[in-house]
Structures are given as C-alpha cells and as structure tokens.
Design a protein around this ligand. Structure first.
Ligand code: B12
Ligand code: SF4
Length: 622
C-alpha cells in the first residue's frame, strides 16, 4: 500500500498521563524549531503537544481527586499527627488506584492517537522523548502504530535519545532515532519518504534506503540498525547555533508564556565526571549576541512574551554580561533565569563579579541555579572533577547575592548537592563527614546573610556516557548488566516521598539505592530544619515570582501548592498560577511598546492578542 497523500509529519511531545513538573507547560522551543524547519521545507504537519494545562485537566479528571485533595490538606498542610498513619495508608492506597486509572486513560489515549495517525495517513511519526514513563509510552505508541499503520515511519528524538544514544534504539520499536538535533536529518528523511511513497514504495524500502544512506555516510546524527540488526550511529554534525531557525509557536496554544532562548548550548566547561549535559547537547556553542537579541525582540513583539529562560547548561558571566549590555542598550524590558556555574577565582574577582552581576540584574535576571555538588575540595576535584573549589562556589553565591542587595532587586539563587556521593578511596572521608561539611557550608552562607533561596539534593547515580557510568567500579558503583536499559525507563517523581520510588538495582560502596535515597532525605530534612526551602529550581522560582509569590514564605507556598496539585491531580492551583504568569509576561512585553522604545511599531499592537492574531506565527496545524 502506498502512502503518497496525507500528512508528512506528526510530531508528538511524549506524555505520561499527568503533569510532572510546574515547568512542563512552558513554551516548547525544541518542537517550535522543528516546526519552523519543516514548514520551511513545505511539509504538511500536525503537532500533538499535550503539555497544556487544559488538556491535563480534562485528560486526568478522575473521581479520586476530591478525596486526595482532602487528605493532602491533613497530611501535608495541617500536620494532623494523630491521624497521620491511617491517613497516609489511605493516601498511598489512593495513589496506587490513581496510577491504575492514569494507566487505563493512557492506554485509550495511545489507541486514539494511533487511530488518528492512520486516519490522517501520516507518513512520519516523530516523537520527542523524555525520561521514565514518557519513554515507555513512546514505545507503546510506536508499537501500536506499527501494528495499525505499517506504512508510517517512526522516528524518536529529543532529550532521552540525546542522553541514551544507541541504547534508545536497542530494545525499542522505533524505526530510527535522531541524535542531538533534528532539523537537518528529520527533514531529509521526510523528503526521502515523501519521494519514495509518491513512487509507490513500501516502508521496508524506505528503511532500506535510509539505512544505505547511513552506511555510506550520507546522513548525519542517525541512530539505525544495520542489516545484521546491530545498532549503529552516524557521525553527529551540529548546526551552528547562529544558523538554527527561531522556533515557530502557535499563538494561543495554552502553554505558559515563558519562552526558552538558545543563547548558548551545552556547557563551556563540560568535564564533570557525573554530568550528562555535554552528552545531551554535543559540542558547546555560543550564539552571536545580536541573534539572541533579535529572537528576544521577535518573541516580545510577535508573541507578547516578556519572560525568558536561557537554554545553556551554564551561561558564563562573560556571556551573560555581554547579553545584559545589549539588553540595556536596547532598553528591553524582560525578566529571565538561567543555569550558571561557579566562577573560577571568585574570591579574587569578587568586586568585578558583583559589578557584572549588578548589570545583569538590571537587565532582568531574576533567578539562577548552580551545582555546588559537595562542600569538600578533595571530593570536588578527585570524584566530581568539577573544576571549581568550595571557595569559588561560596564567593560566586556571595557576589550574586551582594549584587542583588545593591540593586535592591530580589534574585533567587538555587543550588544543588549530590548526597550521598562517591568518596576517594583511601581518603578516610565518611558520608557523615560529607553531610556535616555540606551543612556547615550552608550555615556559613546563612549566618553571613548570603543564604541561597533553595537547595536541591539528589543521590549520586551514574548517568549514560559519564565517567561515573563508564568507570563505575572506580567510583564505587555496582550496577546490573542491563543498567542503561533499566534507567532508560526508570520513573521517579521528585514530588513524591523517595521511599515510594521503585528500587533501582544499584549501590554505592555497598549502600543500596533505597538507602541512598534515605540518606538524601536525611540531608533534606536537616537543610529544611536550618530554614532553607528545598527542591525549587530557577525556572520554578521565575514562575512563582511571576505568579505573585514573594519572599521565602511565598516560594514555600508556591512549592507546596504546586506539589500538591501534581500529587492530587487537582490542577486548579497550576491553572490559576499559569494565568497570572501569562498576564505578567504580557505586561512585561507591553513595557517595550512605549512610543520611545526602539522595538515599537505603530502599525502593530502585539499586546492586543486578538488584534494581531493574523500575524506571525499563525497556526501550525495543516
Ligand atoms: C529549556 C529546558 C526545558 C524547557 C523547554 C523544553 C525543551 N526545549 O526541551 C522546559 C522548561 C519546558 C523544560 C521542561 C522539562 N525538562 Co527540561 N531542559 C531544558 C534545558 C535547560 C534546555 C533545553 C533546550 O532548550 N535545548 C535546546 C532545544 C532546541 O533542544 P531540544 O528541545 O532538545 O530539541 C532539539 C533536539 O532534541 C531534537 N529533537 C527534539 N525533539 C525531537 C523529536 C524528533 C522526532 C526528532 C527527530 C528530534 C527532536 O531537535 C530539536 C531541535 O534542534 C535542558 C538542559 C540543557 N541545557 O540542555 C533541560 C532538560 C532537557 N530538561 C529535562 C527535564 C527532565 C525536564 C522535565 C521533565 C522536568 C524538569 N524540569 O525536571 C520537563 C519536561 C517537559 C514536558 N513537556 O514534559 C532534562 C531531560 C532529561 C531527559 N532525558 O528527559 C534536561 C536535560 C535537564 C536535566 N535534568 O539534565 N525543559
Ligand atoms: S555539572 Fe555543570 S559545570 Fe559540570 S559539566 Fe555539567 S553543566 Fe558543566
């Protein structure tokens, strides 16, 4: 059967039946970029992106929600100690039932989606894969589509493929995976598929043709199975960040109006033994500042968005300082957050750092997130290979906080620790000592009035292609044979008590994973007792502040209510919060449309969504 009519591509943002994190519904720049690239090629495409609060609300609606909300108020808010044991039992029971309900809904959803793919005669199904259950459901959809519509080519890409590379195809029912970025390879495959289907070829011939292209080195970034079923990957070629298309967003798409900007990609350091980011993003790149500013301006002007998140894994102060210069020069009003890394020689450079950060804050920076990992120099250098000392981290945090005080503008600093972590052999350092040093570090910052706004703690785990994974024995990890296949589908929910997480059959120096989780939980408890807020990232801070939650109490309230919304599936708090964020983002954007501002265009009124709905970017559906 040939497949020459119909939709060229359906792009599905994989989903697991309910919201996972507050940031799920932010604008999707990765999909937006692929949509732009496909539209430029003239393809007929459909985007299925369930990460929208309205969709979540109707999809997840179930009879357990009211009772879960009631229970959560007793267990988590009122601290109803007397009844907590029995209430918790009921809570856990309902959570199990909820999981079953969600699973049934997902099965129906997958079936419906597969039917839709058939009815629309979709030539290529592209899946943006994420971790855990979302990966497992991506596989389920792929399997069902290949049964129902054997002529649809199934291609997976996105963060989970970027992280697991060939392992993502080894035991999965996709036809191909695309590594790192999809613009070139995906469009090439769609062209080939279109052409071959128009000549009446079958999918098996298309697969053979693409495999031949891979074997002869004519297609990059492709993960495929050769004639013997062996999974291979062609060399990875990256587009220069400057030539990457701007994302094409649908106007009223029900997403949260915080837009991601590719000011850089990856990490300029990229040598930490535990970190998977360099593997996910490939070679580090900085984009020309003029292009970054152009994208920000377009997003303000055409989408009415004033809130941004930088995509780089660590934006160095040398880059953010120059971006700030350009933002200030153009008098752009935006607010944004980003990942950073402690600056080297921060003690000697403290005055310079305070000065640059003051400027960056004036340009709109409102939240940063950085890894401390551990407050012990021996471990930082020998185990983490972090390239920073504890002193660097301390003085970087101090500089940022001081700059924020000087500017009288609040900036949230989130930091993360890995505890428990591997320890250099023969060093005599104990986990208790590490815990103590971490707490002393936090206590010092607090007593000197440089207290970070949030602390995130996770246990060590060897992630794919990191030194911790490749040389796991050297670092004291014991992992099962099929470890990467297990982690590929491992589902954990940060909002849930780690003791309810599924067992991961790994250990660190004989400490089983569940006990490692308990150790992280202990550090978390102690950090809370010191008066710290825990487990909030920069993007969550940006969201909380934009939704009107101020001070530490405000952040705590936002965190607790959003966690409860995720746990109970009663999404009213998220829906209200997102509305406030969108309003705030729009107001920020409007500030740029005063008659004196350079990006003001008299003929357009971008703040009036209805008035300009015929403008860019239009609809992305076929
Ligand atoms: C910005 C960001 C987001 C944004 C924007 C989404 C985005 N673009 O991915 C928001 C805030 C929405 C987000 C949310 C989440 N994120 Co996030 N995010 C990032 C961050 C910082 C940058 C991503 C980025 O902008 N990359 C640039 C864009 C252009 O790349 P891209 O989206 O991957 O898309 C390209 C390719 O992957 C490929 N591609 C993508 N999809 C597809 C599909 C097909 C078919 C093909 C062929 C190719 C392809 O082509 C695209 C264009 O070049 C990264 C860390 C980092 N520095 O990389 C984490 C990261 C990707 N996020 C991560 C996670 C875990 C999440 C969340 C699950 C929750 C969380 N924060 O913990 C949610 C899930 C969202 C959802 N819908 O369910 C993990 C991913 C781990 C994993 N293996 O899944 C990362 C790596 C951070 C980390 N923990 O280390 N995130
Ligand atoms: S942990 Fe941070 S500094 Fe280290 S390689 Fe990863 S992104 Fe870069």
């Amino acid at each position: 059967m040939s497949n020459s009519q119909g939709i060229d591509l359906m792009l599905w943002n994989s989903f697991m039946g309910k919201a996972y994190s507050v940031s799920d519904c932010f604008k999707e720049n990765g999909i937006g970029i692929l949509v732009r690239a496909c539209k430029n090629e003239g393809f007929n495409i459909i985007v299925e992106d369930p990460a929208r609060i309205d969709f979540y609300t109707t999809f997840t609606k179930n009879d357990l929600t009211p009772r879960l909300s009631e229970l959560s108020a007793h267990i988590f808010c009122k601290g109803d100690i007397e009844n907590t044991v029995s209430l918790r039992r009921e809570w856990n029971h309902l959570q199990e039932n909820l999981a079953k309900i969600i699973k049934e809904k997902m099965e129906k959803y997958i079936e419906g989606l597969a039917q839709k793919i058939c009815e629309n005669n979709v030539k290529v199904l592209g899946i943006k894969t994420w971790l855990g259950d979302r990966f497992a459901y991506s596989e389920k959809l792929a399997k069902r589509v290949s049964e129902l519509c054997p002529n649809t080519l199934i291609i997976a890409g996105g963060p989970q493929v970027n992280q697991f590379k060939t392992h993502a195809l080894e035991k999965s029912p996709f036809d191909f995976c695309i590594d790192v970025e999809g613009e070139i390879t995906l469009t090439k495959i769609i062209h080939t598929t279109r052409e071959m289907y128009s000549q009446g070829c079958a999918k098996s011939e298309v697969i053979r043709k693409i495999t031949d292209l891979a074997e002869t080195g004519e297609i990059f970034n492709l993960i495929y199975k050769n004639g013997n079923g062996k999974v291979k990957e062609t060399p990875v070629k990256r587009l220069s960040l400057n030539s990457k298309p701007f994302p094409l967003y649908e106007k009223e798409d029900g997403k949260v109006n915080i837009a991601v900007i590719n000011e850089s990609s990856g990490c300029y350091y990229g040598k930490c033994n535990f970190c998977t980011h360099p593997n996910i993003t490939g070679k580090y790149q900085i984009r020309d500042i003029s292009i970054t500013i152009e994208e920000i301006k377009e997003t303000i002007k055409k989408m009415g968005i004033g809130l941004f998140r930088f995509a780089g894994s660590t934006t160095p102060v040398s880059l953010s300082g120059r971006i700030a210069d350009a933002l200030l020069e153009e008098s752009l009003h935006i607010e944004y957050s980003m990942f950073i890394r402690a600056e080297n020689r921060a003690r000697e450079r403290i005055d310079e750092l305070v000065e640059v950060y003051e400027k960056i804050i004036r340009s709109g920076l409102r939240a940063v997130f950085l890894g401390v990992e551990v407050a012990n120099n021996d471990i930082l250098s020998k185990i983490m290979h972090k390239g920073n000392s504890v002193e660097d981290v301390y003085f970087t945090i101090k500089a940022i906080k001081q700059a924020s005080y000087n500017q009288r503008k609040h900036l949230d600093v989130g930091i993360s620790f890995i505890y428990p972590c591997p320890i250099p052999s023969g060093s005599g350092i104990s986990h208790d000592q590490v815990l103590k040093e971490n707490l002393v570090f936090l206590d010092t910052l607090k007593s000197e009035n440089y207290k970070p706004d949030s602390v995130l703690i996770t246990p060590a785990a060897p992630l794919p292609a990191t030194s911790w994974q490749i040389e796991h024995k050297r670092f004291g990890f014991d992992v099962p044979e099929d470890y990467l296949q297990i982690v590929l589908r491992y589902e954990y929910e940060l909002t849930k008590d780690p003791s309810t997480w599924p067992e991961l059959n790994i250990s660190l120096n004989g400490i089983k994973f569940l006990n490692m989780l308990k150790m992280s939980g202990l550090m978390e408890k102690k950090v809370r007792e010191m008066g710290y807020t825990v487990n909030v990232t920069d993007e969550h801070c940006l969201a909380a502040r934009s939704a009107g939650f101020v001070g530490q109490m405000g952040l705590e309230e936002f965190k607790m209510k959003s966690d409860l919304a995720l746990l109970t599936t009663d999404y009213r708090f998220l829906r209200d919060g997102y509305q406030k964020i969108n309003e705030y983002s729009r107001k920020l954007a409007e500030k740029n449309f005063s008659s004196t501002n350079k990006i003001f265009f008299a003929e357009e009124k971008p703040h009036d969504n209805k008035a300009c709905s015929y403008h860019w970017p239009g609809n992305i559906g076929p």
